[in-house]
Design a binder for this molecule. Structure first.
Ligand code: ZN
Ligand code: ZN
Length: 415
């Protein structure tokens, strides 16, 4: 049954993006401007914009810094020490220069800093935060349309309690302001202005991850959500009629778009965003001694674990990602314990000192060692960014890339 198209925006929406959240426990922030004369401040207390630096604390009440001219001109508000990569091993703080307005409020004693930004300006920063401006235009356009659809569908609403559309971190979509924008990303946004993916008259909740590893994953195997036709597993190669099982990923080395047959992994660093340059993502390998494994595993489960006896995989998705496993282990007081893990995210978090590339791996273990042979990077649902790069480098156009990953969807221009 076709649903009526009711909630499709007819003009460019303004987004509310959480930059600093109450979970960051900030009581004050520092703000500066690339051009203070372009801003005015709406606040109960007297704040002067004569100096180009401000410190605003939780006791200042609600403060809104408003850009007098909403048109995009490259100037912005710089918020200092913004967290990036919360909870990951690459966590750090950065200064971000934001287009649009900035609103600062006190939420139960801690600051909530929100950037109110027109959607297309937000996307010009997001498209390249995720993929470098060196990428072919068709990839950047496909990425931009995916990002635009995702934020407009806003199905996840991870932070609905804060009244924001998304945060600026990896938990939603990485957004680091104007510093990440290039001429290339502006072009990608302008060339696809207002375009979204539509399925049955609704904007698609278009997900993406770095590398599927050969086969994309179906959304219901990763998140607690119903089967979504345009987020179901596809073989990520040119031979669309091929139906291979995940186990063939490790024996047949299929020539998929995200494999070295389409993208030279030594060249990846010039295309990938500044995330993690060290590795091979199509296939990867982690090897630990029992001692090494028990050391980080003990921290992750907060027990003194001395030996891993067995790891049983109970279920995998179509891409080979494990979403249910059981771990048998022994603690220093001689007890035998069992841990059941029921999500790909938790598996990646618990079976690694920081975060495993993906939960698609096979396990080799004995009394001395534990080894994972893995494939892909990320949850693997929707657009495979390295695969889309491989397609773009081999002449596929934006529409073909999107049609490959999001089956039976249509492109529509909203405004
Ligand atoms: Zn988030
Ligand atoms: Zn792929």
């Amino acid at each position: 049954m076709t649903k009526p198209s009711n909630n499709l925006p007819k003009s460019e929406p303004v987004l509310r993006i959480g930059i600093i959240l109450p979970v960051d426990y900030r009581k004050s922030i520092e703000i500066s401007f690339t051009n203070p004369s372009q801003y005015k401040i709406d606040s109960k207390i007297q704040i002067s914009l004569i100096s180009s630096k401000l410190r605003i604390s939780k006791n200042d009440g609600d403060v809104k810094i408003i850009k007098k001219d909403i048109e995009f001109d490259g100037h912005g508000i710089t918020v200092h020490n913004v967290p990036a990569g919360r909870g990951f091993h690459w966590e750090k703080t950065i200064n971000v220069t934001l287009p649009g307005d900035v609103q600062i409020t006190n939420r139960d004693g801690y600051l909530l800093v929100i950037n109110e930004v027109p959607l297309e300006q937000y996307l010009a920063c997001v498209a390249v935060s995720e993929m470098s401006g060196a990428c072919p235009p068709s990839l950047l356009e496909a990425q931009t349309i995916t990002a635009r659809s995702w934020i407009l569908a806003a199905v996840e609403k991870k932070h609905a309690d804060l009244g924001i559309d998304a945060c600026s971190d990896d938990c939603c979509q990485r957004y680091q302001g104007l510093g990440q924008m290039t001429e290339t990303s502006k072009h990608a946004v302008n060339n696809s202005r207002g375009q979204v993916l539509i399925y049955e008259n609704e904007i698609c909740d278009a997900r993406y991850s770095k590398s599927c590893g050969g086969i994309t994953e179906s959304a219901e195997n990763v998140w607690d959500m119903p089967i979504t036709p345009y987020l179901t597993s596809v073989y990520d190669g040119p031979e669309t009629d091929i139906k291979i099982g995940w186990d063939k990923l490790f024996t047949d080395n299929p020539k998929t778009f995200c494999s070295p047959a389409f993208v030279d992994e030594n060249e990846l660093h010039q295309y990938l965003g500044n995330v993690d340059k060290k590795g091979q993502y199509f296939r990867w390998h982690e090897r630990y001694t029992q001692e090494e494994f028990c050391e980080f595993f003990s921290k992750n489960v907060q027990e003194d674990v001395t030996h891993i006896t067995k790891i049983d995989v109970l279920n995998r998705g179509h891409s080979g990602r494990i979403n249910h496993l059981v771990l048998y282990y022994q603690t220093s007081d001689g007890k035998f314990e069992i841990l059941e893990i029921k999500s790909e995210y938790d598996i990646r978090k618990i079976l690694h000192p920081s975060f495993l590339y993906s939960s698609c791996f096979v396990i080799n273990m004995d009394d001395k060692h534990i080894e994972f042979h893995g494939a892909g990077w990320g949850h693997g649902v929707g657009l495979c960014q390295i695969g889309a790069l491989g397609m773009a480098l081999h002449g596929y156009i934006t529409e073909e890339i999107l049609a490959h990953y999001f089956k039976n969807t249509k492109l529509k221009t909203l405004y």
